[in-house]
Design a protein around this ligand. Structure first.
Ligand code: AMP
Length: 201
């Protein structure tokens, strides 16, 4: 059965990055979601690739939902013109709300914050806390080394094949969304049974 993606969560840099391709991809991400009628859920920032994606989505008539901790909002990095802004008390609440509001997660180029959010979404998928697809938009080869490293982690038997394969990767956004629509959540119940772990969901 296909995954219905009515709302997609974007993880991306609070910096714009070095190459213009990163900024172009963030703008294209925003306008593509608007054109496809998919809500954009993100960290609520006005800066970096985050701000570019949000502005492009709004400019194209799309809906943008931000989730930002009060501290960051008060530091005035929060976007002022979103369709809806949730101001939460801390980073844990933010991640949980971003997860529940979204039908899937996509990472664009970014730093620690982006990688933290991406790997949390993957860890929760692996453990069965959610069953939503996770994708990596590999803009200008930015994630090539990460993709190679994840293959290494699988080959060295720290990542099971089905969990390695649960991350959809593509350089083209429409193809990535297509892969995520078709993605199947890993069979967590079987995995838990094999390791005689208690069910977590
Ligand atoms: P980074 O990749 O380190 O720039 O962090 C970006 C990610 O962390 C985004 O997806 C946000 O959810 C969160 N984040 C980091 N910095 C900010 C900020 N100034 N405003 C809002 N969210 C931020």
């Amino acid at each position: 059965m296909k995954n219905t993606l009515n709302a997609l969560c974007l993880y991306c840099g609070s910096s714009p990055g070095k190459k213009p391709e990163y900024r172009d991809a963030a703008a294209m991400f925003g306008s593509t979601l608007a054109a496809r009628g998919i809500d954009l859920v993100y960290g609520g920032g006005s800066v970096g690739l985050m701000g570019i994606a949000a502005d492009a989505c709004l400019a194209a008539g799309g809906r943008v939902i931000g989730v930002i901790p009060r501290l960051l909002m008060e530091k005035e990095v929060g976007h002022k013109n979103l369709t809806k802004m949730h101001v939460v008390e801390n980073m844990h609440e933010r991640k949980a709300l971003m997860t529940s509001l979204s039908d899937g997660f996509i990472a664009l180029p970014g730093g620690y914050g982006t990688l933290d959010e991406l790997f949390e979404a993957l860890t929760w998928l692996q453990l069965g806390y959610h069953g939503k697809p996770v994708g990596l938009l590999n803009v200008a080869g930015f994630f090539d080394h990460l993709v190679t490293f994840l293959g290494h982690a699988r080959d060295e038997q720290f990542l099971r094949g089905l969990h390695h394969d649960a991350l959809s990767v593509d350089a083209n956004l429409n193809q990535l969304i297509h892969k995520m629509q078709d993605a199947e959540a890993p069979d967590t119940a079987k995995w838990l049974d094999r390791y005689k772990l208690a069910a977590v969901v």
